[in-house]
Design a protein around this ligand. Structure first.
Ligand code: SF4
Ligand code: SF4
Length: 264
């Protein structure tokens, strides 16, 4: 048996779909690319080869918006069989009420809940009040629930243009040093990826069309297959990659426009 390699965070998309449209989302979920819903069987199938190879400090169930997947509780149980250590579900919380089993599943499986807040508008705050009311009894019952003001330090990863996206670009090393998602390694399409923007770029390009030569380095990136060698896995954990030179090398904070679509 191969010994496991320590990694900081493994990300796993429970679904690509999202109900919000946060500008410069690092998962490109604001472009609403494809609404795949992971089942417990698919999670086991995709993650099992990696469960014997990786020992993450944190396994993160993300999206998209995870609560749009009706199988979220069952997927969480399936993931926990393979990764019994610390886990987190990150959600904007709008559909938590559709998952009545989730509190008991989280408590039983070492899973905490991060509820990210994305705006301060009155209609967003109305949703926030409802979410707080829903999860208060969960908290009282011992579920680890935290609210995170994501909009307070919202960063630009790429520039939106009228036809899609363009890289901001900068110094490779500095961009990696400042990157908030440098330690989050997605398992996606059975491969291990450096970071969410690299994992989901091809999906956004499939939806928006060719985004030009400026993104060639992203297209050339090769994620690790599940049958990679130990040496390849160790090399994967090197720090900056040439692709980091397409990311900003300074923190580009901006005020996130209200991400709730008008029909809400
Ligand atoms: S709620 Fe999260 S996943 Fe959805 S668009 Fe906003 S940042 Fe992206
Ligand atoms: S390419 Fe590098 S700098 Fe850009 S998001 Fe990924 S890890 Fe961060």
């Amino acid at each position: 048996m191969t010994s496991k390699i320590k990694v900081p965070i493994v990300d796993y998309h429970v679904t690509n779909a999202c109900n919000l449209s946060c500008e410069s989302c690092s998962h490109f979920s604001n472009f609403h690319v494809r609404a795949e819903l992971v089942t417990p069987e698919r999670a086991i199938d995709e993650l099992r080869p990696w469960a014997d190879r990786l020992d993450p400090d944190l396994f993160s169930l993300v999206g998209g918006e995870p609560t749009l997947n009706p199988h979220l509780a069952e997927v969480t149980e399936a993931v926990s069989e393979l990764f019994p250590g610390k886990k987190r579900i990150t959600t904007n919380g709008f559909f938590l009420h559709k998952h009545p089993r989730l509190p008991e599943v989280m408590k039983a499986n070492n899973v905490c809940l991060w509820i990210s807040l994305h705006h301060r508008s009155p209609r967003y705050q109305q949703h926030e009040r409802e979410i707080r009311k829903l999860v208060y009894p969960w908290l009282m019952d011992g579920v680890d629930v935290r609210f995170v003001e994501s909009d307070a330090k919202w960063q630009r990863f790429y520039r939106a243009t009228k036809d899609g996206i363009e890289p901001i670009g900068g110094n490779q090393r500095k961009a990696w040093q400042l990157c908030p998602c440098r330690d989050s390694h997605p398992i996606y399409r059975r491969h291990l990826w450096k970071c969410p923007p690299l994992a989901y770029f091809s999906d956004v390009e499939a939806k928006l069309g060719d985004q030009g030569e400026a993104w060639d380095l992203f297209r050339q990136y090769k994620p690790l297959p599940e049958d990679c060698t130990v040496e390849e896995l160790r090399a994967f954990l090197r720090e900056d990659e040439p692709q980091c030179s397409l990311c900003p090398d300074s923190i580009q904070l901006f005020q996130l426009p209200d991400p709730i679509p008008r029909k809400h």
